[in-house]
Design a protein around this ligand. Structure first.
Ligand code: SAJ
Length: 457
């Protein structure tokens, strides 16, 4: 095995050639929806990538060239190719991977716990393991999303204590938060500028050169890691707050008999209006947690943001609103949720991906079940699998004999529902559109008692 050189001793201008000549070894700690594409794309750019994960199954499937993210275009093929080429290897031995690497990337989950407090357990454990085997002259990059200051105040001390080395002097420490859209990770990695912040200028230049060369993207150099984290969080909170804004005015417009989608589309003709849409709620690991990283830093700093907390509350209330619409529409046809057969179309937290993390559909499923509704599920991404403890049916299996259909995910398949056929298949004709895919007029002409979020009846 080649004796590891000290990356920090090289001029940043050497990074592209080191990478292309296969002279750079990179450990990627955490092979999830961000880590695995990162590992694949860096190995494709020439690095020898040691993917490290604590999960044996993940490691063995990657080493067999497998990729569970079938909904990530291009990724399964890239993983297969890179493993076959011997440029991507997976291991559970994180320490050994780090000890052989010039760069170690942390891409482990940073969820919030049930008290909405960021849970940095995985990040702390990864930092301790990396610190234990960190070589002088190597670099650590934190890609996991963390609150501003977490890299400097939590991760850096652990790395230094475990390694006995000093950040900025003996090893480099940078933050390069992930900004890709699940369902299009590889596409975004190759196009969305990368924000990087480091504890010292040399590391900043080295890591900037790495992402520029490996991903072919522009690099936005932030003055430090906490600024890089603040940029990443702010862009997501912007989205969560704007979705909450759309949800809030939609609840009002329903009462006023105004179609919120018509309003949004009208607003979108103004050059500085960025449309966001009302819906069944905000799911996924990103937007549901990112606000709390900032809030927890605010609690520490004595300035607790208000608007982003309210936005979370508004968005978290939307699944209940969909259930209210279901109850209202069933009443219109002389039924109640109790005793009705309800087909839930879509479980994924966002359109056209296979991921149910914190999905609003689960809240709807639970509430309808609690209310005595007999609920069946269809999702094209999960057909035949068990989700929420129940078997996901074909669309016919879910809707035949149903009294009500709820659209909870904006999958493309649901944009072309044949409402005439659907009406014939159902026992009663109630349609509640939680993602505003169906034209209300078409639904009413097909004989449905219709409700849409923000669209009323
Ligand atoms: N949603 C709405 N109304 C909208 C947009 C989204 O209700 O107008 C809902 C979606 O149905 C979903 C949730 O919000 O339940 C989140 O949707 P999202 O499109 O933001 O998807 P995420 O959560 O996967 O966000 C990720 C983020 N990427 C990272 O954090 C690395 C985010 O920064 C991206 O903007 C987003 O992907 C994307 O789609 O680009």
């Amino acid at each position: 095995m080649r004796a590891p050189h000290t990356l920090l001793s090289f001029s940043p201008s050497r990074v592209p050639s080191l990478l292309r000549q296969g002279k750079m070894t990179i450990a990627v700690v955490g092979l999830g929806r961000i880590g695995l594409p990162t590992a694949a794309i860096l190995s494709k750019a020439g690095a020898l990538v040691l993917g490290a994960d604590i999960n044996e199954e993940v490691v063995s499937s990657v080493n067999r060239g497998r990729c569970k993210f079938v909904d990530e275009p291009g990724l399964p093929q890239m993983v297969r190719d890179q493993v076959k080429a011997g440029r991507l290897q997976a291991t559970t031995d994180v320490r050994r991977a780090v000890s052989r690497s010039d760069i170690s990337i942390i891409s482990v989950p940073t969820p919030v716990d049930d008290r909405k407090t960021p849970d940095y357990t995985a990040v702390k454990a990864a930092s301790a393991t990396i610190g234990h085997s960190l070589r002088k002259g190597s670099v650590v990059v934190v890609e996991s999303t963390v609150g501003p200051g977490t890299v400097e105040n939590l991760i850096q001390p652990i790395l230094e204590a475990e390694s006995g080395l000093k950040a900025g002097k003996d090893f480099g420490l940078a933050s390069a938060p992930e900004r890709s859209d699940p369902g299009n990770i590889l596409g975004n990695m190759a196009t969305v500028p990368r924000v990087v912040g480091a504890t010292d200028p040399r590391t900043l230049r080295i890591i900037s050169a790495l992402y520029r060369t490996a991903l072919g993207v522009n690099v936005i150099q932030a003055r430090n890691p906490k600024t890089a984290n603040a940029i990443k969080l702010t862009e997501n909170l912007f989205r969560d707050v704007n979705i909450a804004f759309a949800n809030e005015f939609s609840l009002l417009f329903e009462k006023l008999g105004i179609d919120a989608i018509e309003v949004i589309n009208g607003c979108a003709t103004k050059y500085n209006f960025l449309p966001h849409y009302p819906g069944a709620g905000v799911g996924g690991p990103c937007l549901t947690s990112n606000s709390y990283y900032l809030i927890s830093e605010g609690v520490r700093a004595g300035n607790i943001p208000y608007l982003i907390r309210m936005a979370r509350e508004i968005n978290d209330r939307m699944p209940d609103h969909v259930v209210e619409l279901v109850s209202e529409a069933l009443n219109e046809v002389g039924k109640t949720v109790r005793g009705s057969r309800i087909a839930l179309l879509g479980v994924a937290y966002k359109p056209n991906i296979k991921d149910v993390q914190l999905t609003p559909a689960e809240e709807i499923f639970k509430r309808i079940t609690e209310m005595g509704g007999e609920i069946s599920i269809h999702d094209p991404m999960y057909e035949g699998e068990m989700v929420f403890g129940t078997k996901v049916k074909s669309i016919d299996g879910a809707v035949v004999g149903a009294d009500c259909v709820i659209i909870a995910t904006g999958h493309k398949e649901f944009k072309s529902l044949n409402l005439q056929i659907l009406a014939k298949q159902m026992r009663s004709r109630v349609l509640v559109d939680g993602r505003n895919l169906v034209d209300p007029g078409d639904a009413i002409r097909a004989g449905f008692a219709y409700r849409g979020v923000g669209r009323g009846r």
